[in-house]
Design a protein around this ligand. Structure first.
Ligand code: ATP
Length: 210
């Protein structure tokens, strides 16, 4: 089975996430695009909603899309969330031959060099980068060098090998963020059409983010 992973806090999941998840699943032709909520440090979770609630919202958002899967692999593991551990775990499930894609926004790519064992990520997966307004790539330094070394603009070539390349795709840029949704709720503003109706209902039923 070919798998793409799309990690995030999903606090809450919104249409910016879901639209690019659908586009990435089509573009990469994967059997599953797994959306993987990360665990948050206890102090951040105490201020926010629980991991179970983030997961429940994500599950309700993808319920009618068999290709999109809410995967609690990092929440189950608990503690600090290191992507490299998740990739190792998924590789054990799917073996070493199939392509594995790890999808992130450019805002996340530019922080990659602060991640645990970041230079080894390419041993396990391809990185697929979605654009977001207002973020630029670093022009020098270790991360910039790493990006240039691994960059591949040829999608068929990417699909032919199992890991090790970095691909920039042109998914739809929707200026929606979880921060903005949380702020709107605090101010008593509507959040309809920023996230699926099932998520809007869940948030209101559980008085989240107030
Ligand atoms: P917050 O506002 O709380 O920081 P967020 O909206 O950025 O949250 P995350 O859950 O942190 O959402 O993001 C998970 C992943 O989705 C990241 O790789 C991020 O780049 C990407 N992403 C989030 N929002 C969008 C969007 N509107 N368009 C494209 N990618 C997005």
């Amino acid at each position: 089975m070919s798998v793409a992973l799309f990690g995030g806090t999903f606090n809450p999941v919104h249409l910016g996430h879901l639209r690019i998840a659908v586009e990435l699943a089509e573009l990469l032709e994967v059997d599953q695009l797994r959306m993987v909520p990360c665990s948050l440090p206890p102090h951040r979770e105490a201020l926010s909603v629980s991991a179970e609630q983030r997961m429940a919202m994500l599950q309700s958002a993808v319920a009618n899309y068999p290709q999109l899967v809410a995967d609690d692999i990092e929440l189950q593991r608990g503690g600090a969330t290191y992507t490299i551990d998740t990739l190792r775990q998924i590789r054990q499930q799917i073996g070493s031959d199939m392509p594995l894609y790890f999808c992130i926004g450019i805002d996340v790519l530019i922080t990659l060099d602060s991640w645990q064992e970041w230079q080894k990520l390419g041993d396990y997966c391809h990185l697929v980068i979605s654009p977001r307004p207002d973020y630029a790539l670093p022009s020098s330094g270790a991360l910039s060098d790493w990006i240039n070394q691994h960059r591949c603009d040829d999608l068929p070539q990417l699909k032919q090998c199992s890991a090790g390349k970095l691909y920039f795709c042109d998914t739809t840029r929707l200026a929606i963020s979880s921060t903005d949704i949380r702020d709107k709720i605090k101010h008593g503003d509507a959040i309809d059409f920023l996230t699926p109706a099932a998520v809007v209902n869940y948030i209101h039923q559980h008085d989240l983010y107030e």
